[in-house]
Design a protein around this ligand. Structure first.
Ligand SMILES: CC(C)(COP(=O)(O)OP(=O)(O)OC[C@H]1O[C@@H](n2cnc3c(N)ncnc32)[C@H](O)[C@@H]1OP(=O)(O)O)[C@@H](O)C(=O)NCCC(=O)NCCS
Length: 185
């Protein structure tokens, strides 16, 4: 019986912790983040740099579904100022022999670009993943045109491992991607 309870506890999704940052914090998504999420995510400039699974236009329904799904994931964080959620950063943990690795994805509300927020968020989440999630490798795959994201990854100590040639079709264009990774030392 106790064994069963422990097993059930392990199955229960645990929300991520709140991690303080200079701009505010990285914290679990909340239902009341919906208006800010929809306001900022509904931006073609953001969509152009993400996979097509990120909707555009971005509706309230999309936002509600995302907030619900994020609650089931161990490392999907809202990037938040003291006032509101201004972006998203998350780890998709892989399976099978890749289970100690995760892909990192992120976006930031356009009014907050260029203030160092994502460089700090990526650094903080990478530390958290190595210290608390048992992961040994985090990677990200920015599109070749995304110099800002490449810079963010380099500032957070990621290494460019290669160019993935013709790895995506985005907005009708076949494009290369870069593979950046950081491993636990
Ligand atoms: C990419 C993104 C996350 C960057 O976030 P940010 O908080 O503005 O980044 P930072 O302020 O930490 O800046 C990182 C560096 O990139 C540089 N940078 C910004 N825009 C740039 C550009 N267009 N070209 C080259 N470098 C750029 C900054 O100058 C900074 O370097 P510095 O500190 O040496 O000056 C943000 O622009 C975004 O959300 N874009 C849309 C979604 C996206 O691209 N997600 C990533 C998918 S892989």
């Amino acid at each position: 019986m106790i064994g069963l309870m422990i097993e059930e506890n392990l199955m229960e999704p645990q929300p991520p912790p709140t991690l303080p940052t200079t701009f505010g914090c990285l914290r679990p998504w909340r239902a009341d983040d919906l208006p800010a999420l929809v306001k900022y995510a509904n931006n073609r400039k953001i969509w152009l740099n993400l996979r097509d699974g990120f909707p555009h236009p971005y509706t309230e329904e999309n936002g509600r579904a995302f907030i619900q799904a994020a609650a089931q994931r161990p490392a999907f964080f809202a990037i938040a100022t003291p006032e509101e959620a201004v972006g998203s950063i998350g780890l998709s943990i892989n399976e099978d022999v890749h289970r100690l690795t995760a892909e990192m994805g992120y976006w930031l509300a356009e009014p907050y670009w260029g203030k160092g927020i994502m460089s700090e968020a990526v650094t903080r989440i990478t530390e958290y993943a190595f210290e608390h999630l048992g992961l040994v490798r985090i990677y990200a795959e920015p599109y070749e045109h995304n110099q800002a994201s490449c810079k963010v990854l380099e500032k957070a100590g990621y290494t460019l491992e290669g160019r993935l040639r013709k790895n995506a079709i985005k907005d009708g264009q076949i494009i290369d991607m870069f593979l950046y990774a950081k491993v636990k030392e």
